[in-house]
Write a protein that binds this ligand. Structure first.
Ligand code: PEP
Ligand code: MN
Length: 330
């Protein structure tokens, strides 16, 4: 249940609600909106009813992420970027941090294309245990240096609870990978930090699954969350790695206040399909994009086939910013 309090009844109403429901349930407050988990309308004392403008009973389980509770967009500030505002946010970099020199070179190219955030995995969730698993903390250091040198922010995946503290020392944004979208213990751990979290949709996750996963982070106190559509598994993924569910973008924007970012690279899995789907991603109204680049994709330690070479990336990025202008232009 969400209670919309009268402007002048906010203070008293919140205090009364917290008192009435203190031991039974959780009370979340956003301005004059109060979400009371589990409570029913008949439980409300008259003093609260008097201070109430509206009661919304049909609310999703993921109430803190809901627009009913938080109508205004969430805007996330990192040192060099504003995510969820009017500007389209480009994030680019290699799939994996491969070496100090390489990630530095890739960050400079990412920046040239308009990216404010450089990506790179130091802990890689590989399908096979024999594939390259990432450089670990060394990789985090290299990515941090590459970001700083280019006055950019960094995003990197954290795969386990035990690494959250270490990754937090380096990163501006935690990436939670598709395979970990429902790792509730990891979600709770990053929810206890104050570092923004980019939560990727699991490959078989519904939109509600994604919103509930985000709620695990928010319920621990961290509401700096962005949602990433990176393609889902469907009945036909022979020619594309996944199915890019772009319909999810406006749906998520309707249901939730969190910024929605698209990842065309993991969605399609082949570099020559990335540009058209990146443009489609921008056209869908996403607030930003994350894309993989590599100067020598055939030598990449992970996800080479989907990496854009620098020239292709630069052309793609320019067009993407143009599409965003068309979609958002007055
Ligand atoms: C990645 O970003 O390199 C990655 C592993 O992505 P996902 O979790 O979407 O597969
Ligand atoms: Mn990748």
């Amino acid at each position: 249940m969400i209670i919309v309090l009268n402007e002048n009844g906010v203070k008293k109403g919140i205090a009364a609600l917290k008192k009435s429901f203190a031991d039974k349930t959780q009370v979340f407050v956003n301005g004059n909106r109060v979400a009371v988990q589990g409570a029913v309308k008949d439980d409300l004392p008259t003093e609260i009813l008097k201070a109430t403008k509206e009661i919304i009973t049909d609310v999703p389980a993921a109430v803190q992420g809901s627009r009913l509770f938080h109508p205004q967009d969430t805007i996330i500030h990192t040192p060099h970027a504003v995510i969820g505002g009017n500007e389209f946010i480009m994030m680019a970099g290699p799939c994996s941090v491969e070496s100090e020199e390489h990630v530095r070179k890739m960050a400079a190219i990412a920046k040239k294309g308009g990216a404010k955030i450089v990506r790179g995995g130091a802990f890689k969730p590989r399908t096979s245990p024999y594939s390259f698993q990432g450089l670990g903390e060394e990789g985090l250091k290299y990515l941090r240096e590459a970001a700083d040198e280019n006055e950019m922010d960094m995003i990197t995946e954290v795969m386990d609870d035990e690494h959250v503290e270490m990754v937090a020392k380096y990163t501006d944004i935690f990436q939670i990978g598709a395979r970990n979208m429902q790792n509730f213990s990891l979600l709770k751990t990053v929810g206890k930090t104050n570092i923004p979290v980019a939560l990727k949709r699991g490959m078989s996750a519904t939109i509600d699954d994604l919103l509930n996963a985000a709620e695990y982070i928010a319920s621990e106190g961290n509401s700096q969350i962005m949602l990433l559509e990176r393609g889902i598994r469907t009945f036909d993924n022979k020619y594309t790695r996944n199915t890019f569910d772009l319909g999810a973008v406006p749906v998520l924007q309707r249901l939730t206040h969190y910024p929605v970012i698209v990842d065309p690279s993991h969605a399609v899995g082949e570099w020559d399909l990335v540009t058209p789907m990146a443009l489609a991603g921008a056209a869908s109204g996403a607030t930003g994009m994350i894309v993989e680049i590599h100067d020598e994709p055939q030598k990449a330690l992970s996800d080479g086939p989907q990496a854009l070479k620098p020239d292709t990336y630069l052309k793609m990025a320019q067009k993407v910013f143009e599409v965003h202008q068309v979609v958002n232009g007055k």
